[in-house]
Design a protein around this ligand. Structure first.
Ligand code: LLP
Length: 436
């Protein structure tokens, strides 16, 4: 997929660059991003809205992968940016991301985080709860400038992959419930206070979603409420944000629909709802994370030890694991892989790919057919671009891998590999013993 292909040496090439050369230059584990594919996805989302002639913002959910270069790339592609913490906000600002296109999320934003967001003039705060409304009011003070906010509502539509659950009351830590008066109370508070400029509402129904029904149902629920607020208070929403969650193909078990199909369906439903409820067409905002960067990322590992459990399985271990990709251990997520240095090699065998962390659960892939692998071969695991580096950790004191962007035959290091010195940089030694 993307710009991946097998070159004349039989090596995996991405963005016109030999991944084996990259592994030799930058070491492993190594995350490689196909920049052209990220641009293509961004343009597919934006182009789909443009074809409908509607106002929209496509905000990259930077929790999927945040780094200075990544937010710069998002800015180049005219995306907006969803950040969920002071750290993601700081990264965005350090990358020169236009603050007016930053949307600040989170269910427990601190005073300091909100102060930082207001100081830099972020485009909007997605207000999640009553405590946050209080904090914003205090920060703004009696004479301050009104803060643009969206109210995050919980519509009682929960989508998981192919299933969606419709509940009167969703049990979620996020947002104001639409169905029990919470959202109405939040609306009244925000309307009554000069601290807020209410742009509209936000909802997010889940992640790795493969069909459109959940988005349609969420849009209907949200519009039913907006219509009420319009009738009772004359409120006219400028923005409806339907969140992210568009699914991608990790393995053949996944069957996503094209990006444009989600957009078509969302635009159609919002248009219909706006007409039905006699509201002007709002701007539509969405927040894709995984679908912008997920399949653009590939991790290269070096293969090391092998263990045969006779008549049961063969374990092949790589030089990373749950420290750079926690998704298999955390969610049972599945991945596909090839040998980067012998993609089309023969003598296939079925093996299981183990990480190097001291946990039996640190398995990256169970039962995959690969050409017979030797120590020193390179394994390329696909679709690690979302929630890979961003959820990486230093378990067992493994240094976090480097990240490289490739495009048009050119490679550039965008996140350096951590060193052992980095690992202990915040450690302080025991106090010296005082001689008695
Ligand atoms: N907007 C909101 C409010 C979200 O909570 C999320 C994801 C997104 C947008 C982006 O969702 P995406 O388009 O990437 O599916 N760590 C998990 C995923 C957690 C997603 C959390 N929220 C994983 O590795 O699958």
């Amino acid at each position: 997929h993307g710009t991946s292909r097998v070159n004349e040496k039989g090596h995996l090439e991405i963005g016109g660059v030999d991944t084996v050369e990259l592994a030799k230059t930058y070491g492993t584990p190594l995350y490689i991003y196909d920049v052209a594919l990220i641009r293509a996805r961004a343009r597919a989302f934006k182009g789909a809205f443009r074809r409908h002639g509607v106002q929209a913002q496509v905000a990259y959910a930077s929790k999927a992968f945040s780094s200075v270069a990544m937010v710069q790339l998002a800015a180049e592609e005219q995306l907006s940016l969803d950040v969920v913490s002071g750290g993601e906000l700081y990264t965005a600002l350090a990358g020169g991301f236009p603050p007016e296109r930053i949307h600040f999320h989170g269910n427990n934003k601190s005073w300091d985080e909100l102060a930082m967001a207001l100081e830099h003039g972020v485009g909007c705060i997605v207000a999640d709860n009553f405590y946050e409304l209080e904090l914003i009011e205090q920060l703004v003070g009696p004479s301050g400038r009104a803060v643009p906010v969206l109210l995050r509502v919980t519509p009682g539509v929960e989508a998981h992959t192919h299933d969606y659950i419709l509940t009167g009351q969703e049990d979620s830590k996020f947002g104001f419930d639409l169905n029990n008066g919470q959202a109405d109370e939040a609306f009244r508070r925000v309307m009554a206070s000069a601290a807020f400029q209410l742009l509209g509402v936000h909802c997010h129904i889940g992640s790795q979603i493969f069909e459109t029904t959940g988005f349609v149902l969420a849009a209907r629920k949200v519009f039913a409420k907006l219509a009420e607020w319009h009738k009772t208070c004359g409120f006219v929403p400028a923005v409806v944000n339907l969140g992210g969650g568009f699914g991608i193909r990790y393995t053949d078990e996944d069957d996503p629909i094209p990006v444009s199909a989600y957009v078509d369906c969302i635009v159609d439903e919002v248009k219909t709802q706006a007409e039905v409820h006699q509201l002007p067409m709002p701007e539509i905002w969405i927040e894709p994370g995984r679908s912008l960067v997920g399949d653009a990322g590939t991790t290269i590992y070096t293969i090391g030890s092998r263990k045969e459990v006779p008549n049961v399985r063969t374990y092949i271990a790589v030089d990373g694991g749950m420290s750079d990709n926690i998704r298999p251990a955390l969610y049972g997520a599945k991945y596909e892989a090839v040998l980067a240095n012998r993609v089309l090699g023969d003598r296939m065998e079925v093996v299981s790919i183990a990480g190097k962390c001291c946990e039996s659960g640190d398995m990256l892939i169970w039962d995959i057919a690969l050409p017979e692998a030797k120590p020193g071969d390179y394994l390329a695991v696909f679709c690690t671009g979302a929630y890979g580096y961003s959820m990486a950790n230093n378990y067992n004191r493994l240094p976090r891998p480097a990240v490289v962007f490739v495009e048009n035959g050119d490679a550039q290091l965008v996140v350096k590999r951590e060193t052992y010195e980095d690992l202990i940089q915040y450690d302080l030694p025991l106090k010296a013993k005082v001689n008695q």
